[in-house]
Ligand binder design. Structure first.
Ligand SMILES: [Zn+2]
Length: 108
């Protein structure tokens, strides 16, 4: 993957649900980690475990990108909010307004 600071979406193979996440150079092994970690606590792993579904990792799509880490976090939360089939926990977007406010005050 050439663009390393991205927001990505992984569709479920068995239902319309999608997992939305972000990847940065620090998290570059995260996608591979999902494939091989059986007892992780992410929403993606929870959906696979609870529903006995598989995610189509090969069909991962890039939704957005930004080289600014904080802006990328906001873009991830916005994508989660926009996607009504997202399996992500609601807690993933709880920081949206707070972080957005901080960005407005520091980015003028
Ligand atoms: Zn599913």
């Amino acid at each position: 993957m050439k663009d390393s600071n991205v927001v990505y979406s992984i569709p479920c193979e068995n239902c319309p649900k999608k997992y939305i996440g972000m990847i940065t150079p620090l998290l570059k092994n995260r996608l591979n980690g999902h494939k091989y970690t059986k007892n992780a606590n992410t929403a993606l792993d929870k959906h696979m475990k609870d529903s006995d579904h598989c995610f189509a990792f090969n069909n991962t799509t890039i939704l957005n990108k930004d080289n600014n880490f904080h802006k990328l976090m906001i873009k991830e939360m916005i994508e989660i909010r926009k996607e009504k089939n997202a399996v992500n926990d609601r807690t993933d977007i709880m920081g949206l307004s707070r972080i957005y406010n901080n960005l407005i005050t520091t980015d003028n």
